[in-house]
Write a protein that binds this ligand. Structure first.
Ligand code: ATP
Ligand code: MG
Length: 310
């Protein structure tokens, strides 16, 4: 395990920001920490990094207790903070060089690391720019480059794609995948469920300081009973054919209203063909077929009664 958190409690005065959080991150995985604003994602990261003291529980990184002066552990960690933290007085190159230099004293080695990270985040044509001359998306990429240039084994990225253009967003997601493929373990916080679906091996969903669900994307989706929905436009569906479909296949829910047959099932992929076969055998015409897979928002909705992004 790269990270092992047990029963972590963090209070800000009377507000319980983390309420008995358990979290494990295995070597080589991308863990998505998904939750709405104020759910405790940043607080959890800051506790892991010893930037914040916590009230109860334990945190181990690389199998060791993390403390504020454990420099051996710190050198193996990369941090990309939620708020962009770069020096306005330094160019893109100088900023990366500064942060990398905190861990890599050798200048030659640093030069090659900087070239590598500049290419990774796609800032090749901007190395002599000052931050104020960069777009929001490019500045985010610089923020990332500063946090990861020293090739850390464990990287924390706190909402790195907020308010960036689609091009930068894709570049950032690509870079994170590449970092992971070259061996880094990644903790990625976001409130965009599409990103965790795309990027993450395992997902932890937080709300109001608590871990409310965790698992792989499929495990989480299996938790919601309203799993997958299929609708087929069928202008005319005789009662006996409706019954036949019902008898042959066991659905969680099935109804025919206003020329549309709706089916809810956990095995839609296996169910579609038999339904169409029955319709064809009865010489019935059908129109549009659409399926809607359960989303992580459905999972969140099921557990908390509210939407992930409200
Ligand atoms: N320094 C602080 N003092 C008091 N309360 C705080 C402090 N930092 C955070 N909080 C509160 O703790 C809770 C968790 O905040 P946190 O920033 O960890 O959430 P988050 O999931 O990172 O949210 P966001 O998506 O907005 O970044 C919130 O209710 C927040 O208002
Ligand atoms: Mg945050």
């Amino acid at each position: 395990m790269m990270i092992e958190i047990n029963q972590l409690v963090k209070r800000y005065d009377t507000l319980v920001a983390l309420n008995h959080v358990d979290l494990q991150v295995a070597e080589g995985e991308i863990l998505g920490l998904l939750g709405p604003n104020g759910s405790g994602k940043t607080t959890a990261i800051h506790c892991m990094l010893s930037l914040l003291r916590f009230d109860k529980g334990s945190i181990q990184l690389f199998g060791q207790k993390m403390t504020a002066d454990n420099y051996a552990v710190k050198a193996r960690i990369g941090i990309v903070p939620q708020e962009i933290a770069v020096f306005e007085e330094l160019t893109v190159y100088e900023n990366i060089d500064y942060f990398c230099g905190l861990y890599v004293p050798d200048k030659k080695k640093r030069q090659s690391l900087i070239s590598e990270v500049v290419a990774l985040v796609g800032l090749e044509t901007f190395t002599s720019f000052y931050p104020h001359a960069l777009s929001g998306g490019l500045k985010r990429r610089l923020n990332i480059a500063c946090g990861i240039a020293h090739k850390p084994d464990l990287i924390f990225l706190d909402e790195p794609t907020v308010a960036v253009d689609p091009q930068s967003r894709n570049k950032i997601l690509e870079s994170i995948k590449a970092l992971n493929q070259s061996g880094a373990t990644i903790v990625y916080t976001t409130h965009y469920m599409e990103e965790v679906e795309l990027l993450c091996d395992r997902i932890v969903i937080m709300d109001q300081g608590q871990v409310i669900a965790k698992g792989t994307k499929d495990e989480l989706k299996d938790m919601v009973r309203t799993s997958d929905r299929l609708t087929i436009d069928i202008p005319f569906l005789p009662e006996e054919v409706h019954k036949k479909i019902k008898a042959q296949l066991s659905f969680e829910d099935m109804h025919y209203v206003d020329g549309v047959l709706s089916v809810t099932s956990t095995h839609l992929k296996d169910d579609l063909l038999p339904i169409l076969t029955i319709l064809q055998e009865a010489n019935l015409t059908y129109g549009k077929i659409s399926t809607k897979e359960a989303t992580l928002n459905d999972v969140f909705l099921e557990i908390t009664g509210k939407a992930l992004r409200d």
